[in-house]
Design a protein around this ligand. Structure first.
Ligand code: PAF
Length: 280
């Protein structure tokens, strides 16, 4: 595996691959790799000749300094996983490589996609994600880039960003990978004790129940029982449950309409757990 920290060397290697006719897949991450990331890597390996993974904990997308400071960092075990998966290149830049001293933070016109849901609770978060991806997509001009559906709003923002900037990389969204109890895999799950992690399957089972209610046309009952289910768990606070259109992310109360998704965040003993389920 090539281990790159430098922008020019990374781009040069990718250009060599492209000149030689290889397709390149890219999996951008913030490390603390788990099965969810590995599923993206496997998909990229299936669909491309070469797979590049980046590990960079991007300071500009954190709204809380303490969240950034305590974000799990597990580089040596991440490298072992990447070697085992047969990744061709790890790009692991220093902060000054991505944001040199003369870097001017950009504001992207995201057509409001960055304002509601996560964007409302974490102002500036998606602008930070776009700043880093704008840089990463230039350094790793891949044919395809892979993102997980767990961060659904992020995937919609990334599609928009690529269109806005004319980025020639196809965005591929991969299904959520879950722990045995249904908890969506996330690097933040490391912040739960083993016991809490084992108990946290109630979020997904509540989403499944919501979907069943929606299928039967019992919309209000579905939402009410979701809220009740979550509140019955000690230490669980529902930050939001929103039924939104999958393209516009606009909240809808026309539940008959197609292309809907339920997005939720449950704060469970201080850990924000994101999950979602398509409703059609
Ligand atoms: O989803 C993530 O891990 C991050 O938001 C990303 C896309 C790597 C940008 O920092």
């Amino acid at each position: 595996m090539h281990y790159q920290k430098n922008e020019n060397d990374t781009l040069a290697q990718i250009n060599v691959w492209k000149r030689n006719g290889f397709t390149v897949g890219f999996v951008p991450t913030m490390g603390a790799l788990h099965e969810g990331h590995l599923s993206l890597i496997r998909k990229s390996k299936e669909e491309n000749d070469k797979t590049v993974c980046s590990i960079f904990v991007n300071p500009t997308q954190f709204t809380e300094k303490s969240d950034f400071a305590t974000y799990p960092k597990t580089l040596s075990s991440d490298i072992n996983l990447l070697l085992k998966e047969g990744v061709d290149m790890l790009f692991n830049p220093a902060a000054k490589t991505i944001y040199p001293p003369d870097y001017k933070t950009k504001q992207y016109d995201l057509a409001g996609l960055d304002k509601n849901l996560e964007g409302h609770l974490r102002p500036g978060h998606f602008q930070g994600v776009c700043n880093v991806l704008d840089r990463l997509f230039k350094i790793v001009p891949a044919d395809r880039a892979y993102f997980g559906q767990k961060d659904f709003q992020q995937t919609v923002v990334v599609f928009h960003l690529c269109k806005l900037l004319g980025i020639q990389t196809d965005v591929v969204v991969c299904p959520i990978i879950r722990e045995e109890n249904g908890l969506a895999m996330s690097s933040r799950n490391n912040r739960l004790t083993d016991e809490l992690r084992k108990n946290a399957g109630f979020i997904f089972s509540s989403l499944i129940q919501l979907k069943q209610y929606f299928k039967q046309g019992n919309f209000k009952q579905g939402i009410d029982s979701f809220i009740k289910n979550i509140s019955e768990h000690d230490g669980a606070n529902l930050e939001y449950l929103k039924i939104v259109n999958m393209q516009s992310l606009q909240e809808t109360d026309n539940y008959e309409q197609k292309s809907k998704i339920a997005l939720t965040v449950v704060n469970y003993h201080g850990v924000r757990l994101l999950d979602n389920i398509r409703l059609d």
